[in-house]
Write a protein that binds this ligand. Structure first.
Ligand SMILES: Cc1cc2nc3c(=O)[nH]c(=O)nc-3n(C[C@H](O)[C@H](O)[C@H](O)COP(=O)(O)OP(=O)(O)OC[C@H]3O[C@@H](n4cnc5c(N)ncnc54)[C@H](O)[C@@H]3O)c2cc1C
Length: 415
């Protein structure tokens, strides 16, 4: 475990710090210190600055408009952005840049790369992820959203669900069933589909917080061009798995920082509420501190492997289970510290629905209650804890595999 930073990397760090000093106000405390209703607009402006300075899509080759940074520079950039409490892009960039953009880079045709990648960066195309369906979540290969070729176009019929930020998007990457006679994993095609057409209907789902961050998406004879297939027709499962690798990775550098900042806020809250010498609270705070340190060392191990050119393997699931289960525990502790105040939350709610509240957020009860809700989601999205444990058991520990009862044509085995 030695994520060594070379003198060149340290020089690059100084460059990033100078960039941040130039573009952020002197009194900057992190994006969480902005009023909730200005976060969206600020992030749009920030995204533009990143794009103009080649810092959006830092890993993409410069010929497609990316930063062309080395792996080490990307890690340094992520760390410095994490410390400064600024995002690496806008709310849909996790889908546009991290997921579908990286996947098009790996699997797309040159024409797709040239067409789609610059449009993602310019913000012209805003993406969301159409994987899950009411009968296809953990068992994703059960998906039944149909696509049939009609002349030069695919015609899509079916439903997706839990489509995060789908209401902000104008493109969706969608896993479709194109050969129901083939085996479950074999008749799937990865399509890119424009959303602004009569055949695509987006219905928001209201969450317990009252916000609507994700949606149901209904396709009724929706159309997309024949060439908007990534990878092979009926070969979409491999493409889908590549994309999930991007969804589950990239956390090793930033999460330990993010959870440490959050824990510091919790320690301040315990002190403010006069409970930091209550033995049961102290024990749980100490355990949380230990967990964040474990995350830091696990993150360093992952980074070391990454910098040595190794791709994250199935053991990256261990990190996912660890941080997401930790986050449930620590936000439950926050609610115990708040006591009855947690039932009548007040102040600023988190502006985003993933992981911790943003750096610089005030220590309000609404911030912690919002983080508590989000922590429930953390053990579900990007692979539930139970599924991650199955993967770890089978692929890392070599335990016997779950018996399969779904061999044969998808149309005969679907649930
Ligand atoms: C905040 C959030 C955002 C999301 N955003 C998106 C998005 O943008 N696009 C998208 O396509 N999807 C999205 N999802 C959906 C997410 O991928 C699914 O919720 C997830 O894959 C689980 O599927 P499910 O909800 O259908 O639960 P199910 O698969 O029905 O699971 C229910 C329970 O059964 C357990 N279980 C299932 N199978 C097994 C097994 N074999 N062994 C042991 N236990 C098992 C699960 O762990 C879980 O506890 C999002 C989800 C959340 C919470």
């Amino acid at each position: 475990m030695d994520p060594a930073f070379t003198p060149e990397a340290e020089q690059y760090r100084e460059k990033v710090q100078a960039f941040l000093a130039e573009h952020l106000p002197a009194s900057w405390e992190g994006i969480g210190s902005l009023p909730s209703d200005s976060v969206y607009e600020w992030t749009g402006e920030w995204r533009k600055i990143l794009h103009e300075n080649g810092l959006l899509a830092a890993s993409w080759p410069a010929e497609y408009g990316g930063g062309g940074l080395t792996e080490l520079e990307q890690v340094v950039l992520a760390e410095e952005f994490g410390r400064a409490g600024v995002p690496a892009g806008g709310p849909n960039d996790v889908f546009g840049i991290q997921m579908v953009g990286n996947t098009i880079l790996q699997w797309g045709t040159e024409a797709q790369r040239k067409h789609f990648l610059p449009r993602i960066l310019s913000g012209e195309d805003v993406w969301c992820q159409g994987y899950s369906e009411p009968n296809a979540g953990s068992d994703l290969a059960n998906l039944g959203c149909r696509a049939d070729l009609d002349g030069d176009e695919w015609v899509i019929n079916g439903q997706k669900i839990w489509t995060s930020a789908g209401h902000l998007a104008n493109w969706i990457f969608v896993l479709t069933r194109t050969d129901p006679d083939a085996g479950k994993h074999k008749g799937i095609t990865f399509l890119l589909c424009p959303m602004q057409q009569p055949g695509v209907e987006v219905r928001p789902i209201e969450m317990i917080s009252g916000d609507s961050e994700f949606n149901e998406v209904f396709f009724t004879d929706a159309r997309t061009a024949k060439e908007n297939v990534v990878g092979e027709v009926n070969g979409g499962w491999g493409v889908a798995m590549t994309l999930l690798g991007y969804e589950r990775g990239e956390a090793a550098a930033t999460f330990p920082l993010m959870f440490r900042t959050e824990l510091d806020r919790l320690l301040a809250l315990a002190e403010e509420r006069g409970v930091n010498d209550v033995p049961t609270i102290r024990q749980r705070l100490a355990a949380a501190y230990t967990d964040v340190e474990i995350m830091r060392f696990t993150g360093m191990r992952t980074l070391t492997r990454y910098l040595e050119g190794e791709q994250p393997g199935p053991e990256s699931g261990m990190f996912k289970v660890f941080w997401s289960e930790y986050h449930r525990r620590v936000t439950e502790l926050a609610l115990d510290i708040l006591g009855p105040d947690a039932m009548v939350p007040s102040g600023r709610w988190p502006a985003s629905s993933f992981q911790t509240d943003d750096p610089g957020a005030p220590n309000d009860s609404a911030s912690w209650v919002g983080a508590f809700y989000n922590a429930r989601a953390g053990t579900i999205y990007a692979g539930t804890s139970q599924i991650q444990k199955n993967i770890l058991g089978e692929m890392v520990l070599g335990l016997p595999k779950e018996p399969k009862s779904d061999r044969g044509a998808w149309k005969d085995v679907k649930s």
